[in-house]
Write a protein that binds this ligand. Sequence first.
Ligand code: NAD
Length: 389
Amino acid sequence: MDEPATSTAPPAVETPARRPLPTGRVRIGVVGAGNVADLNVAGYLDHPRCDVVAVCDVDAELAGAAARRWDVAKVYADFDDLLDDDDVDAVEVLTPTHLHHAHVLAALRAGKHVSVQKPLANSVPEARELARVAAESGLVLRVSECFRHYPPLERARELVEGGAIGRVVGVRIKTVVGQTDSAFQAGLRLEGYGWRLDGRSPGGHLFDDMAHKYAMALWLPGLDVVSVQAVVRRRDLYFEPCVALFEYEDPDVLGVMDVHFAPGMWLRSKYYGADELFEVQGDEGVLWVTRATGELLDVPPVVLYQGRDNVCRTVAEADVESDWGEGFRRSSAHFVDALLDGTEPAMTAGEAVRALQLCFAVYQASATRLPVDPRSISGPVTAEGWPEP
Ligand SMILES: NC(=O)c1ccc[n+]([C@@H]2O[C@H](COP(=O)([O-])OP(=O)(O)OC[C@H]3O[C@@H](n4cnc5c(N)ncnc54)[C@H](O)[C@@H]3O)[C@@H](O)[C@H]2O)c1
């Protein structure tokens, strides 16, 4: 008799069936009460159909302080204890990125819906595994992408979809990092940065903060990127000035992403010392989102120029809410609404995988100085010269 073939397939994942939510409300447990937690949790605390019922952090002081600020009764030091809590329907994962894979997996296996901060995981295989486990379990897994819910960018996408600039032919996303004396920045704990600077991360700023911009490069035109060319430099700490060129699946569409480090430049910002400028070029017009994290330009947050049939006009949308924190608030509210309405919340795990592939394609294209198809990135990638794990 033939020996049975040895299976190389991963073991079947045991996940409980989707648990019904209690009527009309979502009970959230938060894991990670670090630097970004207040921004994320604000939208849950404000939501009329949501209760933040538990908080967990290995740092008992941080967990206790967050519980007091948010008026949360249950405080855990061990994530497994939060996952054992039947009063928690969904988990907001705000731990360091290298822990997302383990924490999201554990939460899904405990039958909880999950919202996790970007980037979804440290590698494409890890991110794909999370997407697969979520799909098999029938639970919701979404990545909380605050730029996706930032009102000026939402408005830009609406204008693009509505044909306001004709057919998209180009996308430009500029990021500058400099100094700020914002109260937010001054309140950040330095300990929250260690894990970003060593082998616990597969790359620097292009992996961490730029996760947002890859997501926007894909979402604003609604097209996939099929080829990347890039030059990445290394500067102080983890900063990585970069110029990248994107070819989209529609050959008429080209994209540019540039990232600059300007340590002597003070930025007008209520948050981090960074600022962004987004431009979407159409064949009949162009639109700009003139800010995000910072507020460098004293102009309306959304500006549309239309030049159709020699009728030229500029529409400046000054009334769009442009506080960057609003993106977080709306992202959290969106997750609650989606769970209760049974709709799929943004950003999906599949979209997050594509954003990660784009990130790693930038690193790989710079290392090889050759074009890279992001869809070919299926294994782990570490930025050139970056510390090994
Ligand atoms: N959307 C954005 O603009 C934005 C901004 C900052 C951070 N982030 C993301 O949010 C996440 C957290 O970033 P941060 O800056 O708040 O980092 P942080 O280090 O300040 O916070 C992480 C917290 O997790 C806690 N923690 C670590 N291991 C734990 C464990 N096993 N169980 C429970 N708690 C644990 C830490 O004690 C810490 O308080 C990261 O994935 C980061 O990429 C997103």
